[in-house]
Design a protein around this ligand. Sequence first.
Ligand code: AHN
Ligand code: ZN
Length: 335
Amino acid sequence: MKNRMVLLILLFLASVALHSCDSSDRGNGQQAKVEEAEPAVAAPDFNADSAYHFVAEQVAFGPRVPNTGPHRATGDWIISKLREYGADVKVQNFQMEAYDGTTLNLRNIIASYNPDVAKRVMVAAHWDTRHVADRDDQNQDKPIDGANDGASGVGVLLEIARTIHEAQEKPGVGVDLVFFDGEDYGQPDDSDLPYKEDSWALGAQYWSKNKHKPNYRAQYGILLDMVGAENAKFAREGISMQYAKRVVDKIWKAGNRIGYSDYFRYVKAPAITDDHYYVNEIAKIPMVDIIEYNMSGNGDYFGPYHHRHTDNMDIISKNTLKAVGQTVLHVLYNE
Ligand code: AHN
Ligand code: ZN
């Protein structure tokens, strides 16, 4: 913290010095135009190889479908990793009824850094994977690997935890990494069962009504969903723009500034029901969804792998994980 203050003061003095040199001795009465970059704190390096490995490790457990062995084992593994990386870890155990009547045994996992700092930012992803491949034309009743839909966001979160743990400089804000369960057990579009309201994002719904700490509050949240596919594009999604436009602007500006303009596009995308919808609506914490948007214009919101068996390690790109992870770290370190 001290070092950071000193750095900020030095940056400020440097910019004042630059400014006065540049505007003096012009002699023509014209103010020099100074291209002044706002001072930014350099965040530690986000290691995409490590993030990729965290994605692969989850996939190796098998599909993380609630009420199965791989789901339990993966939850235990996430908790142990977070403890290893020095976080204050809280686990919420709860049950929710799915659209098909199944009672799902679910766990939300919350890992906190700087737990006593009042100003907080939450970064979230879902760690469960879909129980069916309802958009595939083969083996629709089999669960998917969810390398992108699930594992990618968790991989970035775990790498953020590892980075903060290893870094000399910690972020000035409190950081809560939230791993939501039961996001992807929603009712298929072609289901013959009676329609069930709010069947998606069960963990986020539960957390928004039962926070891990009484009176918990974050300034804002960032949700990561499908953040690992090769050549992914992230558009400014409707719910995020409606509830948290200033946060969208902050993230997109950061991503573009540090070199990821291929990923963070200044394009609007329709609203999507995801974990962030309930965090915005129920918890009243402004939350942005960084979620892949298919810009090919073929009418599909997501990529061709979505809820299909092709959502496996073959589509995961270290470059995409890097773009998202480094941008989020930059945002956290500049609060
Ligand atoms: C809907 O399809 C309505 N929401 C998608 C949210 C989601 C599913 N994210 C990942 N899987
Ligand atoms: Zn999904």
